[in-house]
Design a protein around this ligand. Structure first.
Ligand code: V47
Ligand code: SF4
Length: 373
């Protein structure tokens, strides 16, 4: 705390000083102030403030969970320019399409293992429809009722509901009754149309994404939110994105976690766009912690960021580093992440957290504390 006070006293920019005062007094900062942090604040200043907020809410507690992913397919009707993972239906021989049996076999591989969550996200396959996924939910729950199913981005849901001619509410209710427990945060990218139309023109727009999550919250399902940053967007677009999330959270309080996703540039149509630096990454985590004052958790997704940088985020506002993953996702290895076979044992996650003097706590998807290490 002393270091933080000193840092603020020594700050010569009076606007930054005032903004820091507001944050310490637990007052909300405006969009203009968020932008000023991006444009004018140094990394130590942001880190200290974000860490102050993180420790006020969570102390040293750092969450992780034991999970695995199922990626039903990488065949996708859309062609987002940043995506290294998808293949169009015409080229489906280059991709994968898991059958119901394949996916249940993945679930069965974890029989007797202490995982608490399955994360199911994939491409938007034109032939895998709502009924197929509802049946998958029922079969997973019949096999393992206690496994939390976090599945399907708003992009996947929008496509399957429109095909089934159901409203968002009808579709979500149907999947929820079949066993879907919560929604992951994917598909958000950058909401602002100036950017979204250039990188992901053909899928659900920002308002649609927000409406899907609002509907889920109203039905009692909790969800996460992401932001794909570090490509063609400006700081203004990032703040606009977070502002829309903050407003929705004020109305529903249904978001658990915010996950900034660093754009990786290998083998996609935006490979010419350089990746953000590590200090830019840390800045984004810190500002997210400061701006999203109504989000309980900030998550660094280590398969995308790499485990060393994920560890570093714990000093920049982050209090969660996701899960064991067990080498069950390809989204980031295909996009160029240094984590080519992402898998960490519980011991490795605990060590990573302890190395930076934080307190590792295993959580379930909805942040119920399970074990303190
Ligand atoms: O929406 C795709 C991103 C997302 C690239 O809710 C890329 O707990 C960087 O949302 N570079 C899907 N990012 C993954 C996702 C997620 C991951 C982990 C946890 C949770 C959660 C959600 O992956 C997509 C897109 O924004 N993505 N390609 C790329 N080249
Ligand atoms: Fe399809 Fe998702 Fe890739 Fe876009 S990001 S092309 S929706 S798999």
């Amino acid at each position: 705390m002393l270091a933080l006070e000193e840092l603020i006293t020594n700050e010569t920019d009076s606007d930054l000083k005032r903004i820091a005062g507001k944050i310490i007094a637990e007052e909300r900062i405006s969009a203009e102030e968020g932008l000023a942090l991006y444009e004018r604040a140094g990394l130590p200043f942001l880190g200290m403030l974000a860490n102050h907020v993180r420790e006020r809410i969570h102390g040293d507690t750092t969450y992780f969970n034991r999970n695995f992913h199922i990626e039903p397919t990488n065949v996708c009707v859309y062609a987002c320019k940043f995506c290294s993972y998808s293949r169009l239906y015409a080229h489906r021989d280059e991709g994968w399409e898991l059958s119901m049996e394949n996916m249940l076999d993945i679930v069965k591989q974890y029989d007797g293992k202490p995982v608490t969550e399955v994360h199911i996200v994939g491409g938007v396959h034109p032939k895998m429809n709502l009924e197929f996924f509802a049946e998958l939910m029922r079969k997973i729950k019949a096999h393992r009722p206690d496994l939390h199913i976090k599945g399907f981005t708003a992009v996947e849901l929008d496509y399957m509901f429109r095909k089934a001619k159901l409203s968002m509410e009808e579709g979500l209710r149907y999947l929820n009754e079949a066993g879907l427990d919560s929604l992951p945060g994917g598909g958000a990218e950058i909401f602002h149309p100036e950017v979204r139309e250039q990188i992901a023109a053909d899928k659900i727009d920002g308002d649609g994404w927000l409406k899907m999550h609002e509907t889920a919250h109203r039905l009692g399902m909790q969800t996460n939110a992401t932001m794909l940053y570090g490509h063609i967007e400006s700081y203004y677009h990032r703040i606009d994105h977070m502002e829309k999330l903050r407003q929705l959270q004020d109305r529903t309080n249904g978001f658990n976690t915010f996950i900034p996703l660093k754009f990786r540039n290998k083998d996609n149509e935006m490979s010419h766009v350089p990746e953000s630096s590590v200090s830019e990454d840390m800045k984004t985590y810190a500002i997210a912690r400061l701006y999203l004052d109504n989000f309980p958790h900030m998550k660094a997704y280590w398969p995308m960021l790499g485990r060393q940088n994920a560890q570093l985020t714990l000093a920049f506002g982050v209090n969660d580093i996701d899960g064991t993953i067990d080498d069950s996702t390809k989204i980031y290895s295909m996009a160029g992440s240094e984590e080519q076979s992402p898998s960490m044992s519980t011991e490795q996650l605990v060590t990573l957290i302890k190395q930076v003097k934080r307190r590792p706590v295993e959580r379930d998807t909805l942040y119920k504390e399970l074990t303190v290490f």
